[in-house]
Design a protein around this ligand. Structure first.
Ligand code: BG6
Ligand code: MG
Length: 221
């Protein structure tokens, strides 16, 4: 890539920021956990947000004090993902969270580079279903990363793909693990939503409705 630019860039988490797939992950994990005889509530789910599929199952098994042999583990991951995809397949572009499409269009108009930084291996499928693929200059997801948030890998790869220095990047996240990942990458974090776990973010927003990129950059400066 060429030299790093000094303009700001935006990195977006997917699940819970662009679209409310966070609830589909919750439903699918809950069904899987309960099938294994492990209780699973919203508070535990909060701790899995931004965490990879494999790491999420490891945590659920630990909470339930259960172990699975490698075959069972792989089968459980597959079952959870099939259940999750049954919701995703029903998803329509009107499930894009309020104001997100407009915000992304404004970024384009202002020339702000935009990347996706998601732990999900389903990210390309979801972007296609929502018709949002063309809004992103780069997509980094669970298929191109080795380490789960709060490791900064996904956002550092996003910054590199955009050719922007990490300290010029702003990360939009709904999960504590993602905000920690942003900070470890040397980036600023915008917490999206109401969760108390977002208190570490530099700025918090309820969502993207009526939000202008310029106004947000002002709040961050
Ligand atoms: C993250 C979600 O975006 O992606 C997690 O917040 C999820 O809940 C993770 O486990 C991995 O997603 P997938 O689609 O690869 O199972
Ligand atoms: Mg998320």
């Amino acid at each position: 890539m060429g030299s790093m630019s000094t303009q700001p860039a935006f990195l977006f988490d997917l699940d819970g920021v662009i679209v409310d797939t966070a609830k589909y992950h919750f439903w699918a994990w809950k069904r899987l956990a309960e099938g294994l005889g492990i209780g699973f509530d919203e508070e535990q789910n909060e701790q899995l947000k931004g965490v990879s599929r494999v790491e999420s199952l490891n945590r659920i098994l630990k909470w339930g004090d259960k172990t699975l042999c490698p075959d069972e583990f792989a089968e459980a991951l597959d079952r959870k993902n099939r259940d999750y995809l049954s919701y995703v397949e029903q998803m329509q572009p009107d499930e894009i969270l309020p104001g997100v499409s407009e915000f992304l269009s404004q970024c384009r108009a202002l020339g702000i580079p935009v990347a996706l930084g998601s732990a999900s291996k389903n990210a390309p499928l979801i972007l296609d279903r929502l018709g949002l693929r063309a809004q992103f200059d780069a997509v980094v997801d669970g298929n191109s990363t080795q380490r789960s948030k709060p490791d900064p890998e996904v956002f550092l790869l996003g910054a590199r793909a955009l050719g922007v220095a990490p300290d010029r990047c702003v990360v939009f996240e709904d999960a504590q693990a993602g905000i920690e990942a942003a900070h470890r990458a040397g980036m600023k974090a915008v917490g999206v939503g109401h969760a108390s776990e977002l208190s570490e973010a530099e700025v918090r927003i309820p969502g993207f409705l009526d939000l202008l990129p310029t106004a947000l950059l002002e709040r961050l400066s």
